[in-house]
Structure formats: structure tokens, C-alpha cells
Design a binder for this molecule. Sequence first.
Ligand SMILES: Cc1ncc(COP(=O)(O)O)c(C=O)c1O
Length: 439
Amino acid sequence: MPVHYAGSSSAEIAASVETAVRAGTLPAGAGLPTVRALATDLGVSPATVANAYRSLRQRGLIETAGRNGTRVRFRPPVAPRASHRLPVPAGVRDLASGAPDLRLLPKLDAALRAIDPVPCGYETAGPLPDLVDLARDRLRADGVDAPAITIASGALDATERVLAAHLAPGDRVAVEDPGWANLLDLVAAAGLYPVPVPVDDEGPTPAGLGAALDAGVRAFVLTSRAQNPTGAAISPARAAALRALLAEHPDLLVVEDDHAAELSSEPLAPVAGTTRRWAFVRSVSKPYGPDLRVAVLAGDEATVARVEGRLRLGAGWVSTILQRLVVALWRDPSTADQVRTARDSYRRRREALLAALADRGVAVSGRTGINLWIPVPDEVAAVARLRDAGWAVAPGTLYRIEAPPAIRVTVSQMAETDLVPFADAIAAVLGPAHPRYSA
Ligand SMILES: Cc1ncc(COP(=O)(O)O)c(C=O)c1O
């Protein structure tokens, strides 16, 4: 179906693009005409079209893709959540999801039986004191001493609220590059401007953070462990170097995402807490289940009070039924055993794939978590060739700004029998037999 660009004002033109995105006639990744071409088509000035594109960019619907022009973002905020994912054809193994293995999540039956069944009304609802106390103890044990704690609906919800509490559209935010696609989409949708900070095995590089600080960022979002997509974990030495840099910028907002939490075999080396405004976010999604929609948000008093106050005006609070479930799960020693089993299982799968790739001369890093980031010369070709060979992997373009091309492979559901054929397929894509190299 052809796209119906229309309008004589920038608001009307932007609305026509939004309608096309919503209807699917302009799907994720689709290119838009140049400003000049569309202005000629519609009989308006280039400035009118440029204004329309600017407003769509600030709302995260479109992005400028360098020499490739302007295109619809892979997950524009008016599209269904999973729209950036191609359907996985029958017979193709899905290593693209980034999701935990549902079979390894703790079962909820005991927790459901254990929770207090008394209904909770408006007066008593809010962050559950038991959950906040348990969270405080757990964070303290990991070296995070937070003046205030509240509860949000997952890591992204917490991050969005913290960013909204301190930033305005147009502000610059330092983000990991490569970094979590969902965060990049969220930053775009909030009208914020991402400034890439390169990541190595030990986390964001001090040089990269230094450059971002010089570029005038007002916030920095980083991942403690199991960085998505690279598997980096912030080492104690790296945390110290980053903290030293941040100490010179006391007004910078620092948001630290510790989503792997109990699933990580690497100890936590926290960075947040150096500046006056900070948040340390620990979701329960990966170890206990994404459907619980609970994240602990710890931070300085002003930040936490702003988030909690704003939450009260809208959604109100995170259902105490969900909070009670998390308390029950945390108190149950058998749940802790199940989480340890999951942690070991993910580690085995990750290490086995790393070893199989190393045997084939493919050097890949991935210290923690469920993802491997494999540099490739050409993402589109690599994704297509692997799909033809029966493997779905995620194209790196969703996760990177300036970082070189790569693919992301999720090992959480990889079976032992997948290892050899998948490592062979990767080696074939990267190997000298590849036509790109033989030419
Ligand atoms: C980097 C990162 N942070 C957080 C999460 C969890 O997000 P949420 O708590 O919103 O489910 C994930 C899940 O994939 C993730 O990869």
C-alpha cells in the first residue's frame, strides 16, 4: 500500500507520517523521502517538512540514519511492542529473543499460596514496607547504601521515570554503545539525545564517559552486569575509574541498571551514588520473571520522592499483589536455589558457546549474562545467512550507535545439541569461504 503523505502544515505532515507508521504502511526501518523531495511533492517549503521531521524525531518515531537518510525507528512509540522483531519461521531456532528461559524461572505456586490474601485499598497501597526492607538489606549486602527506595513496574519504567524527573526533551544522555535496544528506543521516545559511550569487557570506558561529559550530557545510564548486548560486567577497577570521573560532575544524573541481579556470577561493583542525583535499578524480570513487573528503585531522596510522587498522580503504585509475590519469592530458600540453578545453567551455555567459537577461531567476549555480541562485517548478510542455516539472531543495528556491525546471540534457550551446528554456522558466516572475503 502506498504511503499517503499529506498536509500543508508541519503538524499535518507529521500526523500523516504517524498514521502511516500506525497503519503499518511505513513499517519499522522504512525510509522516508528527503525533505526537499517531500516539500516539492506537497507544494510546501522545505522548512515545513524539516519541522515535521524534527517533531517526529523528538518523539522517537523516526531517526536520521547518516547517509541512508531518514527512516522509521525499529520500535516507534506508536507501534506494537514487538514490531521490530521479524517472525521466526518454523524450523528456525530463535536465538534472537534476549529473554530468559521460562523453564528456569521459579514456579509461582508456593509464593501464590504464601501471600497475604487480604485485599488492599487506596489508603494502604504503595511501596510495600516488607519489600522495601528486604530490598534495602539485599542492596546493602552488595555495597549499595540508598537513602531512599521505591518500587516501579520494571527497569525500563523506573528508568523512564527517573529520566523524566530530571531531564527535558533535547537533553543529552550518555548511553552504552552498544547498548540495550529498549533503552535507546526509550531515550528517543523521550526526545532525549543519546551520546554513545563505548563498552569493553569491563563496562563503559572511562575515555568514552569523559568524551560524553565533555559533550555536555546531563545523565548517564549504565549497566552493572550482563550488559545487553555485550555481556560486560563492571569490574571494581572500572567502577573506581568511572566514579573518579563522575565525582567531578556532582550534578550529573546517574542511572545504574543491575537487571541480572542474582543471576550474575560476577560480584557487583556499583558506580551510582557518586553524584547528587542517582538511581540504582534492580528489576526482578530476569531472575524471577518478567511478568512480575517489579523493579526496586533506590537512589537519593529527591529523585526517589519525585518518581514516587509522580507515580501517585497516575498509575498510583505497583500492585501490592505483585509486590507481595516478590516478597514471598525472596523469602523462600527453594526459590534462591532455583535462581542459582538458572545462573549456573546460563553460565554453562554461554561458556560452552564461547569455547566452541574459540575452537573455530572466532574470538568473542561475553563475561556475564545470556547474550553474546559477535562482530561481523555485514549484519544484514550475517542475519540472512544464519536464518537460511536455521538460526534466528538479532541484527546489531538495534543496539548500536557508532559501534561497528555485529549480531546478538541469546544463549538462554540454547540446547547442548545446538552448540556444534551453531558454532559451525557462525564460523561459516565469518570464515574465509565467505564470498565477501574471497573476492
Ligand atoms: C539491560 C536490561 N535491563 C533491564 C531488563 C529488564 O527490564 P524490565 O525490568 O523492564 O523487564 C532487561 C531485560 O531484557 C535488560 O536487558
